[in-house]
Design a binder for this molecule. Structure first.
Ligand SMILES: [Zn+2]
Ligand SMILES: [Zn+2]
Length: 451
């Protein structure tokens, strides 16, 4: 929810823009931008409004990202990051709400009622040392923003500050909710947002993740599954052991375990729709200690990955039933411990189209919107998409012609010009989504951009 306008704070930090967000929130006449916020008269074209905003604020946003990059924090310890966000949002006259555990922020922009679109950023870092030799390298030994969540946080903040200004000018056709989520890598901070009512009243949600395979200026989109569920399974088998000369008096446990390890994935592949891409792959098995003794216990451990939400929900029950039927044939006792990871992220078609339309508008060339590959990695954004439609996109972060850094590596870095690009994409996507929801009527600049 948008707060009361505030007086412009004193500008002492020279890295900040000359025109603080919120300095002119008392302006309410649509289409007229106060002269101090805008170098020229406000243009009705959204692209020009964004260009003017980013001319003034891109360096400041990059500075904000660098500050986060220098001070990475693990899941549920993002207190400093939360503080920085709260400061910036309050400066813009907004009323950020910190989640009950003390990290993560929910912040509403715009009127109290009407359609609402959410933007999500994850704010946590990884337990990996920063290997880069740059002035903004991590100052915390053993921790770094190697998944680009500092960029996600900055891009959502930048979009939110622009949208707050539009709201004050009467140019926001609905409500926007910023979700700064803790502990994505843990994983599970999305559940804290849900528990805090973060999706209540939200019609659609969007999020971006850094993609080092794509160049700056590209947006990767995909309808349907884009990231996978990844769960862990632990199978334990027990049965009477004995001498290998008399297997008929034992459960012949090693043989039975081998059958389970081969037959369980095979049976699953015949019981689940192949389009779900559900796969059970073992990483470890262990039984016995010598050649001529049949052991009385054994175990197998593996992962289940899946791109379909329904198949993911059914997987534990189905696997348990199949395990017992295979184990029963060899008269061993078998138990399954199934440890849930995150659900698959399944993008909604209409939301992906909004990403595409917005990307085509602000990235200038339509071929900058590309198809993102499916990943068998996970992201807890999938929890949001189990409740409401939305889309998770890939933000290109590689310098054209430059080296490709990988996520979750100590040398990961981005071309920081991805930050203004991300802001433009998110702003245009939010406005596109709001305009297509019933109850939104005010001009946004999109019409003039597309004219
Ligand atoms: Zn990650
Ligand atoms: Zn990530």
């Amino acid at each position: 929810m948008q707060g009361r306008p505030e007086e412009p704070p004193e500008q002492t930090d020279t890295t900040r823009s000359a025109t603080p967000e919120g300095a002119h929130m008392t302006q309410t006449h649509p289409g007229v931008m106060p002269s101090l916020d805008s170098p020229a008269d406000e243009d009705p074209d959204l692209r020009k409004q964004l260009a003017a905003y980013l001319d003034l604020n891109a360096d400041d946003l990059i500075g904000f990202r660098r500050d986060l990059h220098m001070h990475p924090e693990l899941g549920y310890t993002e207190f400093r990051t939360t503080e920085r966000l709260v400061e910036r949002l309050k400066e813009a006259g907004l009323e950020p709400r910190v989640l009950p555990k003390g990290t993560g922020v929910i912040c509403d922009i715009g009127p109290d009622c009407g359609p609402m679109v959410a933007l999500r950023a994850d704010i946590d870092a990884l337990p990996l040392p920063d290997e880069k030799d740059v002035p903004y390298a991590s100052t915390v030994p053993g921790l770094s923003h190697a998944c680009g969540h500092d960029v996600h946080t900055t891009v959502v903040l930048g979009a939110g500050l622009f949208l707050a200004r539009q709201a004050a000018l009467g140019l926001l056709p609905g409500r926007v909710r910023l979700l700064f989520q803790p502990a994505e890598e843990n994983p599970g901070g999305a559940l804290d947002i849900l528990a805090a009512g973060g999706l209540v009243g939200v019609n659609r949600i969007f999020g971006l993740h850094c993609e080092p395979k794509f160049e700056v200026g590209q947006l990767g989109v995909r309808t349907g599954p884009i990231t996978a569920a990844c769960d862990k399974v632990y199978v334990k088998v027990n049965g009477p052991g004995g001498h290998t000369a008399r297997p008929h008096l034992t459960a012949d446990l090693v043989y039975a375990l081998a059958k389970i390890v081969t037959e369980l994935p095979a049976a699953l592949s015949r019981r689940v729709d192949p389009r779900s891409s559900l796969s059970l792959v073992w990483g470890r098995m262990n039984a016995g200690s010598v050649a001529n003794a049949i052991p009385d216990q054994g175990l197998a451990e593996g992962t289940v990955r899946c791109l379909d939400d329904e198949a993911w929900h059914r997987a534990p029950e189905l696997m348990r039933a199949l395990l017992h039927s295979v184990a029963g044939a060899y008269e061993v006792e078998a138990s399954l411990e199934y440890v849930r990871g995150v659900p698959p992220t399944v993008n909604d078609q209409a939301s992906v189209q909004m990403f595409k339309d917005a990307g085509a508008l602000v990235l200038e060339q339509p071929d900058k919107v590309v198809t993102a590959p499916q990943s068998l990695g996970g992201d807890d954004f999938g929890y949001y998409l189990e409740s409401i439609p939305g889309a998770y996109g890939r933000l290109g972060v590689r310098t054209p012609g430059g080296p490709e850094y990988d996520l979750h590596r100590g040398d990961f870095d981005v071309d920081e010009s991805c930050i203004p690009v991300g802001v433009k994409i998110l702003v245009a996507t939010v406005l596109t989504a709001l305009c297509e929801l019933p109850g939104s009527a005010v001009p946004t600049g999109l019409e003039d951009s597309r004219a």
